[in-house]
Every structure is written in C-alpha cells, then in structure tokens.
Design a protein around this ligand. Sequence first.
Ligand SMILES: *Cc1c(COP(=O)(O)O)cnc(C)c1O
Length: 463
Amino acid sequence: MSRSAHPAGPRHADVLTEGHYSAPPADLNALDGKVWARTVERGADGVVTVGGLPVTRLAEEFGTPAYILDESDFRARARAWRDAFGTDADVFYAGKAFLSRAVVRWLHEEGLNLDVCSGGELTTALAAGMPAGRIAFHGNNKSAHEIERAVAAGVGRIVLDSFQEIVRVAHIADRLGVRQRVQIRVTVGVEAHTHEFIATAHEDQKFGIALAGGQAAEAVRRALKLDGLELIGIHSHIGSQIFDMAGFEVAARRVVGLLAEVRDEHGVELPEIDLGGGLGIAYTSDDDPAEPHEIARALREIVGRECASAGLRTPRISVEPGRAIAGPTAFTLYEVGTVKPLDGLRTYVSVDGGMSDNIRTALYDAEYSVALVSRTSDAEPLLVRVVGKHCESGDIVVRDAFLPADLAPGDLIAVPATGAYCRSMASNYNHVPRPPVVAVQDGSARVIVRRETEEDLLALDVG
Ligand SMILES: *Cc1c(COP(=O)(O)O)cnc(C)c1O
C-alpha cells in the first residue's frame, strides 16, 4: 500500500480499464446500513435524514462542510462494547479517534474508560468530568510535565513505552509520594493489516518494548524494583482497521508467554492484559466487521486458552477500540462546487472541504464511499473522484466511487464513516477553517465542536 500522497507517477495517470473498478451499485439511491450511522435513512422526498433531521436543513443551519454525528449511534456502540466485555473486563475508548467534551460525557455515562495520549487529550477528559481513575495515559514520548500532570491527577494507569520512561515515571511518582499504576507496552512482532497479518520476531516501529531478545522481560524486572510503580500488566496494540482475529491470537499467545516468564522469575502473576484497539469498520460495502460480542468472545477464548495452557490465572482483559466506536457514527456533509468530466478517465467532483477535513485518503490510501443526499436521481452511474479545494493534486477524499450522472453544483453529497481520525486529524492547510461537529439526536441538532473561523486563524497569528 502506498503511503505517499505524491501527485505524480503512474498510479495517478492510470487510465480507466474495463473491469478495474467494482461495478456500480444496483441502486445509487440506496444507503448501505453497514457504512452509514444507524439513524440515517432516505426520506419519502428523497432527502437523507439523520436523527430525523434532513441534511438539507442541517446544511442550511450549520453550513458545509460539516461532520454530522449520530449521538444515539455513538452511545449505542459504546454500550455494545461495554456490555460485550462485561464487568470483569474494561473497555477504554481511544480518544485520539475523536475527542470532545460531549464525547467524554457520553463515554462516562455509558460506563466506558478513556485512553489519552497527550496533555491536550488529558485536559479535555478531565475538563468534561471523566474520573481520573478511568483514564489511561499512552504515548511514546510523554513529556515530564505531562507525566507529572497525569500522576498528580491520579490517572488509573500510565502505559510505559521505553526504558527511559520507566525511570521517568517512577521518579515523578516518588516525588509526588504516590505509587503509580502502570502497564508496560510490548511489541509482540505482529504486523496487522486489514485482511492479513504477519508474525515476525521484530517490529520496526517506534512504539513499545520488544518481547524479542528479552527486552520486555528486562523492562518488567526494572519496573518491579521501583517503589514509585505498581506494575499491573502488559499492553499490546497490533495495528488498525483489522478484521482478522488471527493477529490478536498470536499477540495474546506471546503476551501470555511473557506473563508466564514473569511468574517463573518473580513469583508474581500480573493481573491485567490489554490487547489494544484496531478493530475494523465498514468504510465501503466490501468490508465486513465483526460485532463487539463476537470480538469479546474470541478474545476471551484466546486469552483463556493460552493462560490455561501456561497454568496462569486468567488476567483481567482490557481493549481500546477507537475507530470501531466513533468511526461509523458520523458522515461528512459537503456541497458540490464543480463537476469536471475528463474524457475517457473519470469525472472530478470538487467539494468545499478536502484533505484538511479528511487526510486519511491521502495518508493511508483509505477507501470511502459517497452518496448524493439532498435528492434522489434516476440518472446513470458516473465514475467519480471526489476531491477537495486544496492546492494539492493529492487532495482526494474518495478515490473511486459512483454518483448519478446528473450531479450538479449545489447538490449535497456525504461521505460516511468519517467519525474517527477525520476531525481529530484535521488541519488548517491553505488556511481553510476546520468544520464543526454537529451532534444529532431525536430530531434535534447541536454543535459540539464549533466551526473554526478566520478570526480563529488570525488569533493565533500574532503578527
Ligand atoms: C490508536 C490506538 C488505539 C485505537 O485504535 P483504533 O484503530 O481506533 O481502534 C488503541 N490503543 C492504542 C495504544 C492506540 O495507539
């Protein structure tokens, strides 16, 4: 998979060949429930509604582009994860997927815990009243100041990512006179991608401490010696947008192997294991994600089996879904600005946002779907590329999709499954203000993150 957004080269000069793209959907007006938030439907007048509100009204009231978030869907997915894992396991929502004070309150009310990985995310979590004990603090380079704030606030756990950090956190905890609960993040040698995983001995990436070569065992040895730390478990996170549980199986086996080593060497059974997040969602109709209860059952089974064969008590499991909760619950609403047919290639549809509100297509070659939402159409399907308004030819929102051939400026189109890693990764490229997040529920809509203004941009620019 290409990680490059460079506009030149053969990948971008490809000529449409017969059969290269999946066939257009049978009905361009249909909305696949897999990729859209749960309350999204098309009204009798052809206008798509969410939470009972027509997108045309939302566009009028809040402008475009806008992230439209289905609050009841967000809460339902959070609850489904919590219920699936029950009271003897913990679900931590990964705040980096999308975090705001409203979201923190929903998570709190639905009984979830929260992962943060910066001082800014910690501030948001605390400001919205998440009890510190339910917050986990992650990151491969937490500053001394961030660690101090987290320890002083009383976060439930800090996930240690390096040998230096073990000492750093212990030192700060000592100074503050507390014993900080910590986990050690290990890299298990599993590279997980959407539909496959690779088990290797080593991983060439910045996170965690390698199981390979006894590194992680050494980290445990050091952490157990330090008074400022209470080592509660081992953490592993193997990737993102994963559909195949086989990667988790290898990870769990290797983590449990470490737990057995720790028991043999130190006579302690660490009480917790965290298997991270990374569970996939449907961006297009081709994706088939598992339900939380299926994932919970699979993970319990895997960990139970591995522990039984190592003669260990089964530790308390935690998981950290971000995308799987937030992703499907929002769509980005855009207005079409220009429609430019390129003969024999495809039609470029320009919208009023772009890579500043969704960088995932340029950054990861992510796939999205798109639909005309302000009306229905009986026109023929047209192969389109949805692009933004930025000065960059890699500014692509949806690389290949079908929209009705009568698409015209002023139409509203929406890209589903943008609830995770879109607003949270949004930028001000070209000084384009970032769109608002509008939460919709039971016929009412409210802004939970307001649209950035040009005054906001000037406020940072001190001249
Ligand atoms: C990113 C991340 C997650 C969440 O990943 P998703 O793909 O959004 O589920 C969970 N845990 C850790 C440590 C992460 O870095």
